[in-house]
Ligand binder design. Structure first.
Ligand SMILES: NC(=O)c1ccc[n+]([C@@H]2O[C@H](COP(=O)([O-])OP(=O)(O)OC[C@H]3O[C@@H](n4cnc5c(N)ncnc54)[C@H](O)[C@@H]3O)[C@@H](O)[C@H]2O)c1
Length: 348
């Protein structure tokens, strides 16, 4: 029996594949490669010694997906596939609803056709919206502020409703805060084929002199240093959380867990930590806040600790060091001697 990872070539999916293969699971990936590369499979294989099968297609192709699930004797699905950028979702709201809600609906239809009833869903801490209460517990009201987080919130509601109507379903929605870092081998990491917009890959581009400076979106926010505060959590810990959450699928029903470190780190603190780790200063440029972003977001982690158990989460320096190792090791030629100014450097 195999675990199907939709979006399995992406940032979190590829690390998930490593963690599951290392734990002895059979893993199959489905990905349309809209934001990733097929070459990651060889890298997963180099780390683990096992090569997962990759099926390249859109998850919204229900027939192909259900045939695949049947052929691999699928025991559970981890649904990572989707679009993930807040600012882009404000520009392309309908694409986000289609990709994220349409994607989930297709996965549910395909699973239903072949009798798979176990799913872990990639949700997001952004479903909480603006809050004055930190850290944010799972029972805090949802208040999505943009089409991306709305799509995640609606997906959760759909899943909860499916589980209420059909008690043979087991679903865990994991609300990730800010996954970052890379596998310590430096072989896999965050390597989007579309424009990098998560803050750490952007910092890495500046560190590698691919852009002249790090844009800081919002410098006068209601936070201690005026920049956005987020809960950065190492991607290997996010993957470990999923591995443990598979056990929760033994019991039917719907459950939501926050996945973060429970530590608020400002963008300026993240930039300073990266500069310390790589041993060079990083120029910054102040920019207006992006639409849909909230000033602060960090997780209450006690429920996840109760349900998944405790382990030592990697810290901020590990996150920066591993991301930098991936940037420098796995992408030779990425570090170039003179600064190259990205076309959008003026702070779009
Ligand atoms: N990385 C984060 O900061 C973060 C935070 C919270 C939630 N999430 C969620 O976690 C999931 C994984 O995020 P990630 O950072 O690994 O993103 P990613 O873009 O690196 O990975 C997503 C993968 O899904 C694939 N994909 C997209 N649409 C597809 C489709 N219709 N059919 C098949 N494949 C498709 C992409 O090619 C990519 O490989 C996403 O659902 C995202 O919304 C991510």
């Amino acid at each position: 029996m195999a675990i199907l990872l939709t979006g399995g070539c992406g940032f979190i999916g590829s690390h998930q594949a490593v963690v599951l293969l290392d734990a002895g699971h059979e893993v199959v990936l489905v990905d349309d490669l809209s934001n990733s590369r097929a070459s990651v499979v060889a890298r997963i294989s180099a780390i683990t010694g096992s090569e997962p099968a990759l099926h390249v297609h859109d998850v919204r192709d229900v027939d192909r997906l259900s045939n695949l699930m049947a052929s691999i004797d699928c025991e559970a699905i981890i649904h990572f596939a989707g679009m993930k950028h807040v600012a882009e979702s404000v520009e392309r709201p309908i694409d986000y609803l289609d990709a994220n809600i349409g994607g989930l609906t297709s996965v549910l239809q395909a699973a239903d056709q072949v009798g798979v009833r176990r799913l872990i869903f990639s949700s997001s801490g952004s479903v909480y919206g603006p809050s004055i209460r930190f850290p944010i517990p799972e029972h805090a009201p949802k208040a999505p502020t943009n089409p991306y987080s709305l799509s995640k919130s609606l997906c959760e509601d759909l899943l909860e409703s499916v589980c209420a109507c059909d008690t043979s379903w087991s679903v865990v929605a994991l609300r990730y805060f800010n996954p970052a870092g890379a596998h310590p081998s430096g072989l896999i990491g965050e390597d989007p084929t579309q424009l990098a917009s998560n803050v750490l890959p952007v910092i890495m581009e500046a560190a590698a002199r691919r852009r002249a400076s790090v844009p800081i979106f919002g410098t006068d926010l209601a936070t201690p240093d005026g920049t956005a505060v987020r809960d950065f959590v190492h991607v290997m810990d996010v993957a470990e959380a999923h591995r443990r959450a598979l056990d929760l699928l033994e019991s039917p029903g719907f459950e939501v867990l926050n996945i973060g470190r429970g530590v608020g780190v400002s963008v300026r603190e993240l930039i300073a930590a990266t500069a310390r780790v790589i041993g060079q200063p990083l120029p910054t440029i102040d920019c207006e806040p992006r639409p849909g972003d909230v000033p602060a977001l960090y997780a209450a982690t006690d429920r996840a600790e109760r349900r998944l158990g405790r382990w030592d989460y990697r810290g901020l320096d590990d996150i920066c060091r591993d991301a930098w190792r991936f940037r420098t090791n796995a992408r030779p030629g990425a570090v170039i001697p003179s600064p190259v100014v990205a076309p959008d450097e003026a702070g779009s």
